[in-house]
Write a protein that binds this ligand. Structure first.
Ligand SMILES: NC(=O)c1ccc[n+]([C@@H]2O[C@H](COP(=O)([O-])OP(=O)(O)OC[C@H]3O[C@@H](n4cnc5c(N)ncnc54)[C@H](O)[C@@H]3O)[C@@H](O)[C@H]2O)c1
Length: 397
């Protein structure tokens, strides 16, 4: 099918928070700017953005007007709810959409399941921000449902698109590091996340579920190993002293088994969200892999770019995740990075399915499918159990 007959589809974004449009920040988030890029590429026709409240929808409208100025792009965008606050505004939006449709779900973790289910039942291809869900049963139900309705379902695990991780994938596949022994991950964020940004839903998640899952997915993606057992220990000091009953930090140990030779290795995950708000980046993250023949060390915070200003002090910038850059004509800005890439891939895949260029069953390879999230749900359930039951090992399966 040539570009002249390519049918762009309508994109529904559910949620209007920090990750969608930069709510509570000076920025514009990741999902909405990426939708602009997809529009520029001709993959989508209209963007529908469904929040739960009029106030959130109004803020998203303001952010998109500013984005139009910056990028020179003028996509058709409709905002919901239109008349009164409505947590089901995404369903009202779907009723207004007369073209084929794909959706990106970016709402608090505990709402992922019901909203994703509603969308799949209406035959909408869907990408959900991580974690897909937090239980094995919900994960299985979503897999069965998307198979029944023959739609594509994936999770927005963008670390799979980061070239520093793709380099590691290649090293592991070629066995350059020898036999795998340990993965060691340090991943933490500033206090502002639990105390302000996620204050309204912080009690429904924990720091391992919110941040830790990124690297659980990455390890499964890199090695194809299955988690065998999980142990977690948490500390409560700072947040609990401020009326937020959640762990400041969690340390999790996972034993994994490789599919071919059944050999095992370990991963240890330190996750936290009480870094000082003055830290030099929102996320502090380091990954170390130790094998019998080599080590891989990846500082995913210090990417070598530091900006120091009178107003904001010292900032370490990740130029590879999600940034605005000048477009080739030098007049406007475009958005690029491994975050947008992960979302654009979903949008392109959906467009290809809708246009009959690919089938839902082709959606495999390096993609973060709902099936690939099953082992994450297993780890999350086991970790919860360990935290609740004296921090011992919890077997999986
Ligand atoms: N992949 C990443 O790097 C990354 C980063 C941040 C957040 N996230 C994930 O994205 C999701 C949202 O996070 P956020 O940072 O935008 O949170 P947020 O608290 O800033 O925003 C959540 C938004 O969801 C909206 N919402 C709630 N119920 C809704 C409903 N029924 N319909 C439509 N909108 C509804 C709220 O109004 C709010 O605007 C979470 O699951 C989080 O874990 C992922």
């Amino acid at each position: 099918m040539g570009p002249e007959t390519f049918l762009p589809f309508d994109l529904l974004i559910v949620g209007a928070g920090m990750y969608v449009c930069g709510k509570g920040t000076q920025g514009y988030g990741t999902i909405l700017p990426t939708a602009f890029e997809a529009w520029r590429k001709g993959w989508i026709k209209t963007i529908h953005l469904a929040a739960a409240t009029q106030k959130s929808a109004a803020l998203a409208r303001k952010k998109s007007e500013a984005l139009m100025k910056m990028t020179g792009m003028t996509p058709d965008i409709r905002f919901y709810p239109e008349n009164e606050d409505d947590p089901a505004a995404y369903l009202a939006a779907l009723k207004r959409i007369s073209r084929p449709c794909g959706a990106i779900v970016s709402v608090p973790d505990n709402l992922h399941f019901n909203i994703t289910k509603d969308l799949i039942e209406r035959k909408v291809h869907v990408q959900v921000v991580k974690p897909l869900v937090s239980t094995i049963d919900e994960n299985r139900e979503l897999i069965a449902l998307k198979n029944k309705h023959e739609v594509y379902g994936c999770v927005e695990y963008h670390k799979r698109f980061d070239e520093s991780n793709l380099k590691l994938l290649d090293l592991i596949r070629k066995e350059t590091l020898g036999e795998l022994l340990h993965f060691r991950i340090n991943y933490s964020q500033r206090k502002i996340i639990p105390t302000t940004t996620f204050r309204s839903w912080v009690d429904t998640t924990n720091i391992f579920q919110y941040l830790g899952v990124h690297y659980v997915d990455l390890i499964a993606f890199l090695t194809h190993a299955a988690p065998l057992r999980v142990m977690s220990v948490g500390m409560k000091k700072y947040l609990s002293g401020r009326g937020i009953d959640t762990f400041d930090t969690i340390q999790t140990l996972i034993e994994w088994q490789l599919p071919e030779d059944k050999k095992t290795f370990l991963s240890s995950h330190f996750t936290g969200w009480i870094d000082p708000d003055t830290s030099t980046a929102m996320s502090d993250q380091r990954l170390e892999v130790i094998g019998t023949k080599g080590r891989y060390h990846s500082d995913q915070k210090d990417r070598g770019v530091t900006l120091t200003t009178d107003s904001l002090g010292c900032e370490q910038i990740n130029p590879y995740f999600c940034q605005f850059y000048n477009d080739i004509d030098g007049k406007h800005l475009k958005i690029d990075g491994y975050g947008p890439e992960s979302i654009l891939q979903f949008i392109k895949d959906s467009a290809d399915i809708i246009n009959g260029i690919k089938r839902v069953s082709d959606m495999a390879g390096l993609r973060a499918t709902f099936e690939s999230s099953l082992c994450i749900s297993e780890v999350l359930e086991a970790s919860e159990k360990s935290l609740a039951e004296n921090n011992g090992w919890v077997q999986i399966g």
